[in-house]
Design a protein around this ligand. Structure first.
Ligand code: AMP
Length: 209
């Protein structure tokens, strides 16, 4: 084993936490790539979209409130998703790190996340931003609609979701760019090609487990 790798292993053994944001518009492949990254690096996945869909399917008060925004392709209010993220972080006190998928989606959410992680002395280490043109996004989501069963995978709602992303979420990348944490990744290509680009950014920071 190389000296650098040995150093990394000792460093991790001394409670290094790795927190990653997988960032990108709807349909950019965040869900698929998260699943692959999880199995390689053994991190805890937090997807606000998945958490919200679970609340909707269980018809909880939160789910009933969120459903309307989700069906329209609009964002759910910040305080709702921030509350969910806060509980999820608290439920997982001794993980190696988190992959945040679909969160933060507004600057307010990003600020709240920084505060939650500050309390753990475990900041966001890296933001990997998948970049895919709008035409390709629509094509992919319509294709996904054939199997996903998601009520928001229709052409009209997709348009609104992409608009929300451009209007409210893209600023999140600038927020993290100020802290030099963003790497932009070409999200067009095969799942394997994109995975290789992502891992090339992560491997210098954390070893696979
Ligand atoms: P996703 O599966 O990440 O595409 O999310 C599906 C829908 O859930 C979005 O269109 C929003 O309505 C809602 N949602 C998911 N994550 C967030 C978030 N971080 N902030 C606000 N709304 C969210």
């Amino acid at each position: 084993m190389c000296l650098g790798c040995l150093f990394l292993q000792i460093y991790h053994a001394l409670h290094f936490m790795f927190n990653l944001i997988l960032f990108g518009p709807p349909g950019s492949g965040k869900g698929t790539q998260s699943a692959n990254l999880l199995s390689k690096y053994k991190l805890q996945h937090i997807s606000t979209g998945d958490l919200l869909r679970d609340e909707v399917s269980r018809k909880t008060p939160l789910g009933l409130e969120a459903k309307k925004s989700m069906d329209e392709g609009a964002l759910v209010p910040d305080e709702v998703v921030i509350g969910m993220i806060s509980s999820k972080i608290d439920e997982n006190p001794s993980v190696r790190g988190f992959i945040f998928d679909g969160f933060p989606r507004t600057k307010q959410q990003a600020i709240a996340l920084d505060q939650l992680l500050d309390a753990k002395k475990a900041p966001i280490n890296l933001v990997l931003a998948l970049e895919v043109p709008d035409v390709e996004l629509t094509k992919r989501i319509l294709n996904r609609a054939l199997t996903s069963g998601r009520a928001d995978d229709t052409e009209e709602v997709i348009k609104k979701r992409v608009e929300e992303y451009r209007a409210k979420t893209e600023v999140v990348a600038s927020y993290y760019e100020e802290a030099n944490k963003v790497k932009r990744i070409n999200g067009e290509g095969s799942v394997e090609e994109i995975f290789a680009l992502l891992t090339a950014e992560i491997d210098p920071i954390i070893l696979p487990e």
